[in-house]
Design a binder for this molecule. Structure first.
Ligand SMILES: Nc1ncnc2c1ncn2[C@@H]1O[C@H](COP(=O)(O)OP(=O)(O)OP(=O)(O)O)[C@@H](O)[C@H]1O
Length: 664
């Protein structure tokens, strides 16, 4: 049975400006295994077109091509891929070796595309390179060998999957007479081993070595004659090559080799893209660092287990609301309410026993402590001998004040007070144990009482704090009693069972409509502002990611143009569209991965430097880089890069193999 049969094969090219050109006008012929057929004819007669049509590099043809009894026109996509991989080997005039791959990888390429394991394919490629006399050069790149050697590599590549048919388009066209003979001998041996070899040639001398000559003229078969009888020398058993499709692993491997070949360019793209990733990760980490510094500084001088509960949140909120809606009467009322709340005289600022009980029974709360706080607005003073200091805030001692707040001395006992460090400095040196007189006005009545200074304290790291006196609740209550005022707690301190439970207690308290401490409100406001600033800066930094994406898109597009011929070769060797797309998407992935890793690495180094200095100056880590940020940086970089790589990858996959191979 004929290996290959052509029945009235036609091929018409559609011309770009409209119209068409018929290059093949009904070719019919039949070919046996072991034939070495020379296809000869004038330039432009249609020889290459016939070869490309038989090789189904272009599936748009008329008539029938029957391979081993089956019409190629009825082949499914996968059957056509198998046909390229298993049944045909291509040899081109200009060798078309892939320049950045070693001879070994070039020869093994068809097996790589068939997902044959590395050991098997390299063993087979080595064996073939040995057969063509190049065993000493297997790790060289194509640029490092002569033209004749390149064509021998191409022959080895065509034989790797042990095909039944070899299509050689002017294999000796670019060689001198001596190397032509060597290559011709190899091709004759291939035919003798039982394969059908179809070889386009312009050389009558080369044609004279063939068993049969087909002369084409103007797209028609002019002459078909046999010069010698078929001699098939060593018809070996055909090796069965398992045809699978290329795996992602092999796509990555090829992508890696491609990227290595253009290392400088790819490294520059990765460096460029990494700047965007670095800016985003740095902004996020900086925002987190500064926010947590603000929070920890503001919270570090109060007991982390204690939640302060105020009732005056409603007055504050009312005042804020009226300020924003511009209602002056309502605003004046709200100002009044706030004043009363601050001085502890508002009706709505005191806690009833029932409310205290309710707060004490909240989940995670182990203790509820009554407290009182008043802003004196200039009427409260403390005197020691002939020195006097104004007191802004009079407050009860509570579990919210930690021992670390106490600079000198101890917590106050009965008839004892703590004074802030600033006030202590005004009154005299070392005030601990000294008796001071407290003057205050309650409901327009003047009262005074002597207290012993138990210690000095400060609420902030810098030591500065408002002029405040801290006394026991019972002492303040009896002081107020003297004016006939019943002291009502206007703040409750709830102690949570542990530090982690505090935030749950705070949330619960807010749910019940109470507010926290002023300091807490300020902390929240600061961190909200910082979050907004961080988001804006991160957004601005993210714009550079768009620039990276465009850069990757442009570079991969250039790469597609540069590698058009290579893509044609891969398709001739049986690469599917999917395989080509995978190679380019893998390259985009690798660029994204390196850019992300580089961006993360540089951010990490910068964070070490920045934190070194910020530790030395402020004892803080200003850049708080977290694993989530690092991973996000990497993932974003890869996603952006792959997205940008999609278009060039698609473009590459859709390239027409014939056009690609013809490209100069
Ligand atoms: N893509 C195409 N679009 C239009 N016409 C084409 C296209 N490719 C080839 N042709 C035309 O088809 C005819 C046959 O071309 P082909 O390349 O098959 O000739 P050839 O015999 O191989 O020539 P040569 O020996 O010079 O390589 C030529 O006239 C050529 O101009």
């Amino acid at each position: 049975m004929a290996v290959l049969e052509l029945k009235n094969v036609t091929k018409t090219y559609k011309l770009a400006g409209g119209g068409s050109f018929q290059a093949l006008k009904g070719i019919s012929a039949s070919f046996e295994a072991g034939e070495l057929v020379a296809i000869v004819g004038e330039s432009g007669s249609g020889k290459s077109t016939l070869m490309n049509t038989i090789g189904v590099l272009d599936s748009d043809f008329g008539g029938q091509i029957i391979y081993e009894g089956k019409n190629l026109a009825t082949y499914s996509k996968q059957e056509l891929v198998d046909y390229h991989k298993k049944s045909i080997g291509f040899i081109f005039q200009n060798f078309n070796l892939i320049p950045h791959l070693s001879l070994l990888d070039n020869v093994a390429m068809a097996m790589t595309l068939s997902n044959v394991d590395q050991k098997t394919r390299e063993a087979r490629a080595k064996e073939l390179l040995k057969q063509v006399g190049l065993e000493a050069h297997i790790y060289k790149k194509p640029d490092a060998i002569s033209g004749g050697q390149k064509q021998r590599v191409a022959i080895a590549r065509a034989l790797i999957n042990d095909p039944d048919m070899i299509i050689a388009d002017e294999p000796t066209g670019a060689l001198d007479a001596e190397t032509t003979d060597t290559v011709l001998e190899l091709i004759k041996d291939i035919a003798k081993s039982g394969k059908l070899v179809l070889m386009v040639t312009h050389s009558e001398r080369v044609a004279s070595h063939c068993s049969r000559v087909l002369r084409i003229d103007n797209g028609q078969l002019l002459e078909d004659f046999r010069q010698e009888e078929l001699v098939i020398e060593d018809s070996q058993n055909k090796e069965q090559v398992a045809v699978k499709n290329m795996s992602w692993y092999n796509a990555f491997r090829l992508a890696l080799l491609n990227m290595k070949a253009k290392f400088g360019r790819n490294a520059l793209v990765a460096v460029g893209s990494s700047i965007g990733i670095m800016s985003v990760v740095l902004m996020l980490s900086l925002g987190k660092g500064v926010t947590s510094y603000v929070k920890s500084t503001m919270n570090s001088y109060t007991n982390p287990k204690v939640t302060e509960v105020h009732k005056n949140g409603t007055s504050n909120q009312k005042q804020m609301a009226t300020q924003t809606n511009g209602n002056s009467a309502a605003q004046a009322q709200a100002n009044q309410d706030m004043l009363k709340a601050l001085t502890g005289t508002g009706n709505d600022s005191g806690f009833s026993q029932k409310e205290i009980k309710k707060l004490a029974s909240l989940k995670d709360v182990t203790k509820a402590q009554k407290g009182f706080s008043t802003i004196s607005l200039g009427t409260t003073t403390v005197k020691y001998k002939n020195k006097e200091a104004s007191i802004v805030q009079l407050q009860t001692m509570s579990s919210a004040v930690t021992d670390s707040n106490i600079r000198q001395g101890k917590r106050p006992g009965k008839n004892e007070i703590l004074i802030d460090a600033g006030t202590a400095d005004i009154l005299g040196k070392n005030m601990i144990g000294k008796k001071v007189t407290l003057h205050l006005t309650v409901d327009s009545k003047q009262i005074e009482k002597t207290f012993k200074v138990a210690g000095t304290y400060s609420l902030s790291a810098s030591g500065s704090s408002t002029a405040t006196i801290l006394a026991r609740y019972s002492d303040l209550a009896s002081l107020y009693k003297e004016t006939g005022t019943n002291l009502k707690p206007n703040v409750i301190y709830l102690t949570a069972k542990d530090k982690d439970a505090t935030s749950r207690v705070k949330d619960k308290v807010k749910d019940l409509g109470y507010s926290g401490s002023m300091q807490e409100a300020m902390t929240d406001m600061f961190s909200d502002m910082l979050t907004i600033i961080t988001d804006v800066l991160t957004g601005i930094a993210a714009i550079s990611l768009i620039v990276s994406a465009i850069m990757i898109l442009v570079v991969l597009n250039i790469s597609v143009v540069e590698r058009t011929k290579e893509i044609g070769v891969l398709k001739a060797l049986g690469a599917r569209r999917k395989d080509i797309r995978r190679i380019f998407v893998s390259e985009a992935f690798l660029i994204g991965l390196s850019a992300g890793a580089l961006g993360d690495l540089v951010t990490w180094i910068l964070s070490l430097i920045a934190n070194h200095f910020s530790q030395a100056m402020f004892e803080i880590n200003v850049v708080a880089i977290t694993p989530q940020y690092v991973i996000s940086g990497l993932v974003i970089s890869i996603l952006i890069s792959m997205l940008a790589g999609m278009m060039p990858a698609n473009r590459a996959s859709k390239l027409d193999p014939v056009d690609s191979l013809r490209k100069e």
